[in-house]
Design a protein around this ligand. Structure first.
Ligand code: A2P
Length: 296
């Protein structure tokens, strides 16, 4: 696996990033500091996580110059009608003059209470993000999306004047999403994988096949699962932990053989443990548009 993923802006994004979703306040500041001291140079947060201020503190305590860090945050769903204001808020919370990457968190405009904003189209949010990107290159170095399916992406590309640099999606052996990854690559869009371990109550860490590969390389099951994503071309991966030993342990990518990759990805068929969609389909029930309804 290469150490960097090159974005369509020309920027180099470190393949291994440090994620902060579900990292409890009070713990994430220290975790970010530990991560930077362990060598991570790519930090991912979001306004929705409610921890940008702490992440900013952790970055300061990490003692790594800002220009050596690749920093991502995300536009929150209820802020889709006021992205510039939201961007200024994120910059202020993170205490940074600029973002390396600013993502639309979900293609799902919401009202202040989080319910669907049915009068607003996420494509218009993208147009606003493009304008901000063009007018404020000093504040935003790249823009992208998250949780966007092939179907939704095709809709976006019909009107986009800036091709998203990144689509950040869930990827692990129970959620391989090969079609979406290949589609993105064909359009020059890099992928960032979140939840490479399968997120909370994932059985992957104790899966015997994962364990067998881990034993062969004398690494932890988490290292195997993180490396599985990092071994995919043009894919970066976020590892997330608030446990200092794990933060340090996870900072390691190994090269897997094609057979091992195939065997691990086959778990999607042999040991699936929950539904995998680029769009959490439960959201359809909440009144958000469902990407499956669009059709290719
Ligand atoms: P914690 O933060 O308490 O250390 P995912 O990235 O798939 O969403 O999974 C993140 C979850 O996996 C977190 O709950 C984190 O727990 C846990 N985790 C992170 N690294 C490891 C590891 N090396 N071994 C076991 N669990 C881990």
């Amino acid at each position: 696996a290469s150490q960097y993923v090159k974005l369509n802006t020309g920027a180099q994004m470190p393949t291994l990033g440090f994620g902060t979703w579900q990292s409890k306040p009070g713990l994430v500041e220290k975790a970010v500091e530990v991560a930077l001291k362990a060598g991570y140079r790519h930090i991912d947060t979001a306004t929705a996580y409610g921890n940008e201020r702490e992440v900013g503190e952790g970055i300061k305590n990490g003692g790594v110059p800002r220009d050596e860090i690749f920093l991502t945050t995300k536009l929150n769903n209820p802020d889709q009608r006021k992205p510039l204001e939201a961007l200024e808020y994120s910059l202020q919370q993170l205490e940074t003059p600029y973002l390396d990457l600013w993502l639309m968190h979900w293609p799902a405009p919401a009202l202040a209470d989080g319910s669907p904003d049915k009068e607003w189209n996420w494509i218009d949010t993208w147009k606003s993000m493009e304008t901000i990107f063009k007018e404020h290159p000093d504040k935003v170095k790249a823009i992208g999306v998250s949780n966007v399916s092939v179907e939704f992406f095709e809709e976006l590309l019909k009107v986009a004047t800036v091709v998203p640099a990144v689509n950040q999606i869930e990827l692990h052996p129970s959620c391989v999403q090969e079609e979406l990854v290949q589609f993105s690559r064909s359009k020059g869009v890099a992928i960032t994988a979140y939840s490479p371990l399968g997120s909370s109550d994932s059985p992957l860490l104790s899966n015997p096949i994962v364990g067998k590969v881990a034993e062969k390389y004398a690494v932890s099951p988490a290292n195997v699962l993180i490396s599985l994503q990092a071994n995919r071309p043009d894919v970066s991966v976020l590892t997330k932990s608030v446990t200092p030993e794990r933060v340090i342990q996870n900072f390691k990518i190994i090269d897997l053989t094609d057979d091992e990759i195939a065997e691990l990805n086959a778990l999607e068929k042999t040991a699936p443990f929950r539904a995998c969609y680029p769009w959490w389909t439960g959201w359809g029930d909440l009144g958000f548009p469902d990407c499956r309804a669009l059709g290719p």
